[in-house]
Write a protein that binds this ligand. Sequence first.
Ligand code: PMP
Ligand code: GLN
Length: 389
Amino acid sequence: VNSYLDSIKTTIFSVMSALAVEHSAVNLGQGFPDDEGPDAMKEKAAAALYDHNNQYPPYAGVAELKQAVARHSERYSGIPVDAATETLVTVGASEALTCAFLGLVNRGDEVILFDPQYDLYAPAATFAGAVIRTVQLDPNDWSVPHAAMEAAFSERTKLVLINSPHNPTGKVFSDEDLAFIAGLCVKHNTYAVCDEVYEHLVFEGSHHRSLRTFPGMADRAVRVGSAGKTFSFTAWKIGWVTGPARLVTAVAKAHQFVTFTVASSLQRAVAYGLDHEVAFYTGLGKMLEGKRAYLERRLKEIGFQVLPAQGTYFLIADFRSLVPVDSTETDTDFSIRLTKEAGVTTIPVSAFYISADPPRTLVRFCFCKTDDKLRQACDALESFFGKRR
Ligand code: PMP
Ligand code: GLN
């Protein structure tokens, strides 16, 4: 088999979810919402199945969804998009990102990824033959280290991947961060792949702005979205790409030989949702903010240090003060112990690092869960660790 795969383990999300099931733990690990998206969309999908939507649709997506994606893109990022030539429908954001690497990178080209990072990026970049350069966000506040970022660029840099709002930290990149990154992309003539799957999951007081809106970026950036995040339908695996026609065409060429196309019944339902279920996705930030506030308060009372965030449904907590000062327990060991002994599952943050020296006292909690489940998890942690404050 492909020898690169020897270095890849089963994804941490599957490992921790299986462990949660085995120990009947409350699963605040893998990111998936308890409350699903609108019933009207399920009805549209079911109706489409009975309306002859069961043979190969066009490879780049059904026209209805391409048009809805173009409208959505213009409405929320202010970027006009031509539905026919500047949109592509994929099997989730995952396929969009994989095809972006396959379509935009030549073997040996360099790509810049931030650490921590979503676990798909490095394998997908490697499959495309890219050489990865990593820049670590500062774990104190997840700010972009300017000198390290500048140093990561070379004449072989082909693209930079920016994920904002960011998994696992919840960071929403500031306009200053983005302007700095855009300046480097323009200076070094690189592409940018903008993973914006959490674009609507932003808390009050923060705003999400796409890197593609910065000067010089419209012609060199592609944006990636996901119905899994926008409509809380993670099993549907509908994603999309928008960007300049030349780049979207390249991503689409890869897509036609990876999956070719995507279930049209679900595409039609998502097209409906983007236009008619606006209140659902524009309300996600506010709904999640309340859940985050609850989890944050309870975790702090138990003795966790909670890191600030501006969006997503993830929260990072430092467990340093819950273990002895001389403890050598890693975040992975801690997550396993918490699942087995406290009955609560988290994700060790080191799993989001490809650099050799990740932080070792951080775990990620996913809070897009029912209030009951969050309370149950916090009660379990409180009886395990006690209450400090
Ligand atoms: N990017 C990020 C940052 C994610 O968190 C996820 C979902 N976990 C994806 C991409 C993949 O999205 P999808 O499920 O639509 O493939
Ligand atoms: N994106 C989800 C997370 O970060 C998990 C996706 C997956 O399980 N592959 O938890």
